[in-house]
Ligand binder design. Structure first.
Ligand SMILES: [Zn+2]
Length: 309
């Protein structure tokens, strides 16, 4: 199994991790400044910011904070999905969106529970899932991530915040009579965390799965992801007993839909292997994948050509 060590920028997700200024006071200020700058940039382009995220009920104790517009623009502004599990001892969040979503996220969780947020589990290190975590920690939550993706965060230029709790392989969270199973897989990054709720047979897959055609699955080679491990991970995950899967971006899907996405990306990999044997150029590989699969993220193609020789 070949390993590639390229550092590639991906089209719709930040691999620049969490960039936080050093101290809390200046952090809040800079976060506000960053939000204002982003809003100003949108206004300068004559665009209103994307609509606020929406709150969707999945089960009595399980909610999704999802972008109202399933577009790359809304993703770049607000970030990925947040899953909320309610327990009698406080809510648990899976992922944290961008920092500018903080007030809206806190208000939405408050509308569900008067208890403080107890834990935030990060599916991986990318900013659209993790940038909001430090402000939740400052409110008293404990932030958990896989040790490998914590190391991805630590490798970023000038990291100023890192989660205090990291696990290797597997972990369990027990709170208020509820159980969460945390499992580490490799694919989108080297340490993707999958969160399984056995009581409701729902699984949160982070960016191992995205379900919008506008934001299809990609791997981040720079953070240790690759398509060979992605496929093995999804195959393992499909052996588990779940009904619905919550992706990093896009709407919740059934287990059968997860299998269909797996099949599509297995076919794409097989096609790249054939194109490699035919010594096709990067441009030819891209145009073939676009024509046949409507998928060809520019920053995944060079890594795939290397990986799938
Ligand atoms: Zn990501």
């Amino acid at each position: 199994m070949s390993r590639v060590g390229l550092h590639l920028r991906v089209p719709w997700t930040s691999d620049s991790l969490v960039r936080m200024p050093k101290r809390h006071a200046s952090r809040s200020f800079l976060l506000i400044a960053a939000s204002v700058a982003a809003a100003a940039a949108l206004c300068a382009q004559g665009q209103a910011p994307p609509a606020l995220p929406k709150l969707e009920k999945i089960k009595d104790d399980l909610y999704l904070i999802a972008n109202s517009d399933v577009t790359p623009e809304a993703m770049r502004y607000w970030g990925g999905n947040i899953t909320v599990l309610l327990t009698k001892d406080g809510p648990i969040l899976i992922d944290a969106k961008y920092a500018r979503a903080h007030d809206d996220v806190v208000a939405k969780v408050k509308s569900l529970s008067d208890k403080p947020i107890k834990y935030v589990v990060l599916t991986h290190n990318h900013g659209d899932h993790s940038e909001g975590a430090p402000a939740l920690e400052a409110m008293g939550a404990t932030v958990i991530i896989s040790n490998d993706d914590r190391e991805n965060m630590a490798r970023a230029p000038n990291p100023t915040w890192l989660p205090q709790v990291a696990f290797i392989g597997q972990s369990r969270l027990y709170l208020g009579g509820k159980e969460l199973q945390l499992m580490q897989y490799r694919g989108h990054t080297r340490g993707d965390t999958v969160v399984y709720f056995p009581a409701s047979r729902v699984i949160v897959l982070g960016d191992l799965l995205t379900t919008s055609d506008l934001m299809p699955p990609i791997v981040n080679y720079g953070d240790g992801g690759n398509w060979t491990d992605w496929t093995a991970s999804i195959n393992e995950i499909l052996k588990m007993d779940f009904e619905y899967a919550i992706p990093g971006h896009g709407p919740m899907v059934t287990k059968a839909q997860v299998a269909a996405i797996r099949d599509k990306f297995v076919a794409i990999q097989q096609r790249v292997r054939v194109l490699n044997r035919e010594k096709k150029t990067q441009e030819e590989v891209s145009s073939t994948l676009m024509n046949e699969f409507h998928w060809a993220p520019a920053n995944n193609i060079p890594g795939m050509i290397q990986e799938l020789r």
